[in-house]
Ligand binder design. Sequence first.
Ligand SMILES: Cc1cc2nc3c(=O)[nH]c(=O)nc-3n(C[C@H](O)[C@H](O)[C@H](O)COP(=O)(O)OP(=O)(O)OC[C@H]3O[C@@H](n4cnc5c(N)ncnc54)[C@H](O)[C@@H]3O)c2cc1C
Length: 387
Amino acid sequence: MRPPTIHVSFPRPSLPVEVAALRHEIRELLEQERRAGTWQPGGKSWGEYNPALTRKIAERGWIGLTWPKKYGGKERTQLERYAVTEELLAAGAPAGAHWVADRQSGPLLLRFGTEEQRLRFLPPITRGEIYFCIGMSEPDSGSDLASIRSRAVKVDGGWRLSGTKIWTSWAHHCHYMITLCRTEPPSADRHAGMSQLIVDLHAQGVSIRPIRNLTGEHEFNEIVFDETFVADEDVVGEPGGGWHQVTSELAYERSGPERFLTNFHLLRRLVDGLGQGDRPASEHGLRELGRLAGEVWALRAMSLSVAGALERGETPAVEAALVKDLGTHFQQELPEAGRRLVDQEGIAEEALREELARATQLARAYTIQGGTTEILRGIIARGLKLR
Ligand SMILES: Cc1cc2nc3c(=O)[nH]c(=O)nc-3n(C[C@H](O)[C@H](O)[C@H](O)COP(=O)(O)OP(=O)(O)OC[C@H]3O[C@@H](n4cnc5c(N)ncnc54)[C@H](O)[C@@H]3O)c2cc1C
């Protein structure tokens, strides 16, 4: 029997006219703040933490841009938000302090939170005052999230949370973590009995321990909860409904341009460097740059299409998984291709060589964080009814 023909398409949305003016404003602010010394391109963009720049971005109203005005948002479109994130990434601006709250914790509260939670958390997020981190992975549960063992037990007025989370990016700088935990013992339905709690990371019974990444930097952490009290009003949605919520949260996490633009600045540096040394750019070098630029352009078209689908209220899970899979592989390929180019073309700039070496180390994580390549391919295969 012939397999069914399945189509995945990437229709290109037209960008609203307001986007061009918005891009201009963002570039202007970034340049102004770079000159003022608020930030320097550091190579990690949304993986780098800079509260001063976050506050400047907040003052312009670019955090929670699509959210209702009553929660501090600006009620602008998803495509305008896309332009903001794209500009920050393309410039390599350190936007990590507000990234998670803007991308997923805020939207999660908008969709599943209580009115009291929205009024309490969303306005300070839009002002760049409070930061959130993601509490999903545990020492023995990463891809198989349903196997988590952190547990909250009901007590008077709230819950007592115990367990360990791991790989939690920026927890040491964040105010809150949205924590997935069991609020009922495991049952035959593996996805039942989980809840999401908003945990104050400064509360009693929370220990945050650093884990160094491959470059030796302190970016992620192990967090231990020892009977930490979480009030009833800090449960997101209904107790027990955490699985449905966390899968929606993962869709926000996987769909953005950070999955192919995190190290875009390297491409820019290579374009600037080629032909600047003691030899002119070779035809091979120019072709290679053209190939890399072509890949970025195709990824961008696909990613914009996902943003357009989100704007129409659709859930493009297969398309988003495809963009993340292709995008993260591109981000791993870029420093490798860059190192070859630097050698072949005799680009002598030491700073660029060092940056390419660091980028090669950082790039290992891209096909793991936010869902591994194998897990994404499983989602794609299921979506295409091949599994
Ligand atoms: C830089 C970085 C930042 C991170 N930040 C956070 C964070 O802020 N918060 C958070 O909660 N987590 C975070 N993570 C954790 C990340 O989500 C997990 O590492 C990821 O989900 C994989 O889980 P694991 O490490 O337990 O690997 P495992 O799930 O044990 O996977 C090991 C290998 O087995 C493969 N595999 C597993 N299951 C299957 C399957 N069913 N089919 C085929 N292959 C399979 C995987 O693809 C992988 O290659 C971060 C990770 C990194 C690298």
